[in-house]
Design a protein around this ligand. Sequence first.
Ligand code: URP
Ligand code: ZN
Ligand code: ZN
Length: 458
Amino acid sequence: MKTLFRGGTVVSGKGTKKADVLIEGEKIVQVARTITPQSGTRVMDITGKLLLPGFIDAHTHFDLDVSNTTTADDFESGTLSALRGGTTTIVDFACPNKGESLRYGLDLWHKKADGKCSCDYSFHMTIDDWNPSIEAEIDDMMAAGITSFKMYMTYPAMMIGDEAMYFALKKLKAAGGICGVHCENSGVIDALVAEKKAAGENTVACHPQTRPAQLEAEAVSRLLRIAQTVDIPVIIVHLTNAAALREVEAARKRGQKVYVETCPQYLVLDEGVYDNPDFIEAAKFVCSPPIRRKTDQTALWAGLRKGEIQTVSTDHCSFTTAQKEAGRGDFTKIPGGVPGVETRAELVYTYGVTTRKISLATMCRALSENPARLYGMYPRKGVIAAGADADLVIYDPLADHELHAADMASRAGYSPYEGFAIRGGISQVWLRGTLAVDHGQVLVGKTGRFIPREKNSL
Ligand code: URP
Ligand code: ZN
Ligand code: ZN
């Protein structure tokens, strides 16, 4: 069956153009100024609408056991939520515990995800330990299509020291893998937390105060100096602030290759969210690194515009307000993370594109093309071109609406963006040639497929 999308504006990482797009089966077969449909071809008139490549969210945490609980969203609700938000591929973090093998972690994440996903999916592999047997497994991961890794410079259960990080990066360089790193200075955070507790302070505002921007910038700087020593490109995940971005700029000036991801919560929210006197209303926004200042938002939008930031993913890590209650007597026990996998594209379009902070092409690069290249899925994913998967988002610039958690598929039960005004809206999502979401209604079952990935090509 062939389907022709006629009359729309096709968006790519280079710009926009009026073009028709023909798909057949799961693939895009032709993109041209005008395509005449053959008999039997279904024609979708998308005049006045934007046609974008399906979005890729390369940073989700579904079905993750953390902070003595499990994230509210598993792969079922998480990928349903993703698809409704135009995300046709997610990359989640497989996370073996310290002492477990990478293979065990990968098998466990396949068990969590396989047969449960509404959109396509893949995994990064977390390295939270370093020893000869883990080193030996890196090549196995690459062969299994797991070509990207993650390390944490904070969180006792997952963090890795500088020496282990050096050896791990050396091995990844030899194997051709790429690593994303959570950058925060764990030791000084512990000291600041001890000071707050000694002073009897326990408001939610203690969370951002004990994880300040400069301690993220310090960790970014340290990571980049380790990466310089190894001579390997690295990814800074969920970068939040101007000082951290300046460390990236300095590394690039000395010739290093650095990729940067930020997230919608850092682009459209500011630290004022932690000042709400209602514990739960403030705890809803607890994530690490925390939400920063308005001036940091400005720096992040400018970084996106100038190409200093390559991707916007969500770090979707959802907990219900009942789960957030765990931290009422101790701010360090608030489960960290916010939901957002369903709202990313509409927020970036509304608060980035329509306010002219970034162009549609930049949005397309940040949400589709760059993650596809960086994580080894290009040109199968991330682009509207012959041969690519027919993952498509039809965006109606006139369908203004508001965001409400009650309309979303996430089990978090709330949205950090409740009541936010949205310009336009996603009207349809196509997953590998099938109409998957029509005006919010999900029309497909759990047809998401595991996507084994190649090496970084960004
Ligand atoms: O608070 C957050 N962001 N939780 C998710 C885990 C992480 O740090 O990425
Ligand atoms: Zn992180
Ligand atoms: Zn994360």
